[in-house]
Design a protein around this ligand. Structure first.
Ligand SMILES: Cc1ncc(COP(=O)(O)O)c(C=O)c1O
Length: 368
């Protein structure tokens, strides 16, 4: 007997990047921060006691919300804490899109979006990105024509790392008739000179929600902690109706609070990632890869051009496999527009050197 709902039976689950048990592997496949979390987080962690866990946590993570609100210059009502960004994505769909209704997204983007849509039983309007990974001019018009209730836009974009200016997001928010979730999972890594800040949009529009996570910028992917920044009216149904009763636990609330309070320290890891990103982009270019200029903690690299498109795809897959055999994991997506590419997380200088040496060596051997 199969007891699953028919829609669940038909759907495929999310494909994770590999999470190997061995620690010697150079892990450049799931966009984790290669540097440790801040000293403040480590010190709160070591002071935690088992007695702290006897009681339920603060249901709304209010301590964290106050710290995050101060950090972003908004009110507590504009912040909601979640068990990772993935929970926020799921809550947004559950709250704003009924089964059978439409969720909009650009294609390609984070491959979890359609999985969450399938769980909810809603349909997905996939709007292809332009060749340069930017949104088509008529993105909002097409979403409106489809009747999309909610749209996910990831900025900086994943998997390309391309950034969209706030002015364009503003125009999108004004034109789109549904809820616009701007997934800023990688926003901490944007060059400071760009002064990227989409937070003011939550005061200008009642349909804009930003997603921030501690997984990448704060080196806490294992913690599972993220938050929304949005108008109070958008957060209320999620906070008071659709959320799990205690969706974030006591330990994560304390550590997440310490992380945001010590963001100045975390920022030093962002600076290191940015400078390694520049170097990785340049050296990959010298090896013949075409790399999209990235504002994230990963780069998307097309393999050096071969005779045919099929040869390019073959080479990308073979490089991915050779790296894996040598203990270096990068991400390969068996997906339209991505089969001739590797998505490589920016690692430490030593990790990046190892990756670049291996790639140079494989490409040399291939030429012979
Ligand atoms: C684009 C994007 N959004 C959201 C997330 C969610 O991150 P987390 O659930 O770790 O907060 C990820 C994680 O890889 C991501 O790549």
């Amino acid at each position: 007997m199969n007891y699953e709902r028919p829609g669940i039976r038909r759907m495929e689950g999310y494909t994770f990047g590999e999470q190997p048990a061995q620690t010697q592997v150079i892990k450049l496949n799931t966009n984790e921060n290669p540097y440790p979390a801040t000293a403040a987080v480590a010190s709160v962690l070591s002071a935690l006691k088992v007695e702290d866990l006897r009681r339920y946590p603060q249901p709304y993570a209010n301590g964290f919300r106050d710290v995050a609100a101060q950090f972003h210059g908004v009110g507590r009502d504009n912040i909601m804490a979640t068990n990772g960004g993935d929970e926020l994505l799921r809550l947004a769909i559950t709250t704003f899109v009924d089964a059978g209704q439409i969720l909009g997204m650009a294609e390609p983007s984070y491959s979890l979006y359609p999985v969450l849509a399938a769980v909810q039983g809603c349909k997905v309007a996939r709007i292809p990105l332009k060749d340069d990974w930017s949104l088509p001019q008529d993105f909002a018009a097409r979403l409106n024509a489809e009747g999309a209730k909610l749209a996910f836009v990831v900025n900086p974009h994943a998997p390309s790392g391309k950034i969209m200016p706030v002015a364009q997001l503003r125009q999108l928010a004004a034109e789109f008739k549904g809820v616009l979730v701007i997934d800023e999972a990688y926003a901490d890594f944007v060059d400071s000179e760009l002064a990227y800040n989409a937070v003011p949009l939550i005061h200008e529009f009642d349909n804009v929600m930003l997603l921030r996570t501690l997984s990448k910028g704060y080196s806490l992917a294992g913690l599972r902690f993220a938050y929304a920044i949005a108008p109070a009216s958008l957060l209320e149904p999620m906070l008071y109706k659709t959320r799990d009763s205690y969706n974030t636990d006591f330990l994560s609330q304390q550590l997440a609070q310490a992380a945001i309070e010590s963001s100045d320290q975390a920022a030093s890891s962002w600076a290191l990632v940015r400078s390694e990103r520049v170097r990785l982009t340049q050296v990959l270019g010298e090896l013949g890869f075409a790399v999209v200029p990235s504002q994230s903690n990963f780069v998307l690299a097309s393999v050096p051009a071969q005779t045919t498109a099929a040869d390019n795809d073959q080479l990308a897959l073979s490089l991915y496999r050779q790296l894996k055999d040598d203990g270096i994991l990068v991400r390969y997506f068996d997906q339209a527009r991505l089969r001739d590419k590797l998505r490589i997380t920016v690692g430490t200088e030593a990790q990046n050197n190892r990756l670049l040496d291996c790639l140079a060596q494989y490409l040399q051997t291939q030429k012979r």
